[in-house]
Design a protein around this ligand. Structure first.
Ligand code: FES
Length: 178
């Protein structure tokens, strides 16, 4: 006497197989999703877009000579707040009574650090010899820099200079925030 597998057995087998496959998928997907959720703050950009205090007005020469200052910001992510993190540097100069000009100290060509020459009253980039006037304009038309030094928004509050620190795309004639 031959024995045929009844249809309910086949259905049970398929149901068990499906539950094993789905259970396996869940056991893989759930931990991976958990790891991505855990690491998400690392993938977010830290907040450095606020105003940062960089100098006191009294520390700037009234002659208009610029002074270089580090920019220290507070970086915040979902887990930590870290204070006084160096994020760049700026040149600050007095322009007229109570006003200042703030230039990002990075060369717009390829990002080298620009120096100030007090003798020639201008900025010079040692990497490819771009030169800039004291207000940041390109001085030498042969300068490889495609634009002037990047001026930053700033305010003076209670004798302190605050700046909205920002970097811009290198090598572009346009000032594009990055
Ligand atoms: S990086 Fe300054 S001139 Fe090239």
């Amino acid at each position: 006497m031959t024995e045929n597998h009844p249809a309910p057995d086949r259905r049970n087998f398929l149901a068990k197989a499906a539950s094993i496959v789905i259970g396996g998928l869940i056991s893989i997907v759930a931990p991976v999703a958990g790891v991505f959720t855990f690491l998400d703050p690392l993938r977010r950009k830290s907040d450095t877009r606020g105003l940062v205090r960089v100098a006191s007005l009294a520390s700037l020469p009234s002659s208009g000579e610029p002074r270089k200052f580090p920019v220290l910001d507070t970086l915040v992510d979902a887990w930590n707040t870290t204070e006084n993190v160096p994020v760049g540097s700026v040149y600050v100069q007095k322009t007229e009574e109570g006003k200042v000009r703030v230039l990002n100290a990075v060369c717009p060509h390829l990002g080298c650090s620009v120096g100030y020459n007090a003798t020639s009253h201008g900025y010079f980039c040692p990497c490819h010899k771009s030169s800039f006037a004291v207000d940041g304009r390109i001085l030498d038309p042969k300068s490889p820099s495609p634009r002037a030094m990047d001026e930053l928004e700033s305010v003076v509050r209670d004798g302190e200079v605050w700046v909205k620190f920002q970097n811009f795309r290198k090598g572009s004639p346009d000032k594009i925030p990055v």
